[in-house]
Design a protein around this ligand. Structure first.
Ligand code: TMP
Length: 207
């Protein structure tokens, strides 16, 4: 595959969407051929799966079902969007990817990394990101900075303890994969965080 694959990860309220938009502006300004996409979602089928996963109506969904639905959405997203774009030499910027399943389902839900990796292996076909940008802010700090939490979907409705486990999961992943993970400090404003991201991508030879 010729293109570069960048993923953005972090807890709820870490500012991923804002950073994706700032990066997209940067790529436009610098004539970088890219696509911006997200998980769960990114293709019509995966977006439908997203609405099933996140609907508060599906409160009783088992953790196993949740894990497999994220993996199913990922399989479609990879074959119909990510891999074709990488084969075309495009840079792919994806808001969340496999590491979200590891932080949320393996660590926070407690299913364990082996199980979640196994469930996902069929989906990701070894197509791992070149770089994963982890917006390193705890859920409490993100909550304080935002002045409240969004409670619109089934995962956001989980309590503070769950979100702290997600954060610890990400820290463990950053330790486990130091070559791929880049921790981005993001206690400043969104423009400072953006500058940190651009410097990190330059230092890894992605930009
Ligand atoms: P978003 O709100 O950042 O778009 O993500 C949707 C929610 O899904 C968010 O709470 C994180 C969660 N999620 C998982 O639990 N596992 C996954 O594999 C992915 C991609 C997202």
């Amino acid at each position: 595959m010729k293109g570069k694959f960048i993923t953005l990860e972090g807890c709820e309220g870490a500012g991923k969407s804002a950073q994706c938009n700032l990066l997209a502006e940067y790529f436009n300004k610098n004539n970088i051929d890219y696509i911006l996409t997200r998980e769960p979602g990114g293709t019509p089928v995966a977006e439908k799966i997203r609405s099933i996963i996140l609907s508060p109506e599906n409160k009783g969904m088992s953790y196993e079902c949740e894990t497999l639905l994220y993996a199913a959405a990922r399989a479609d997203h990879l074959s119909n969007k990510i891999i074709p774009a990488l084969n075309d030499g495009k840079l792919v910027l994806c808001d969340r990817f496999l590491d979200s399943s590891l932080a949320y389902q393996a660590y926070a839900r407690g299913l364990g990394t082996e199980t979640v990796e196994k469930a996902n292996f069929f989906a990701y076909e070894n197509c791992m990101p070149d770089v994963t940008l982890f917006l390193d802010i705890s859920p409490e700090d993100a909550f304080r900075r935002k002045g409240g939490v969004d409670k619109n979907d089934r995962i956001e409705l989980e309590g503070a303890e769950f979100h702290m486990k997600v954060y610890k999961g990400y820290l463990a992943l950053a330790e486990k994969y130091p070559m791929r993970f880049i921790k981005i400090p993001c206690m400043g404003n969104k423009y400072q965080t953006h500058d940190n991201i651009v410097s990190a991508l330059k230092s890894r030879g992605i930009l």
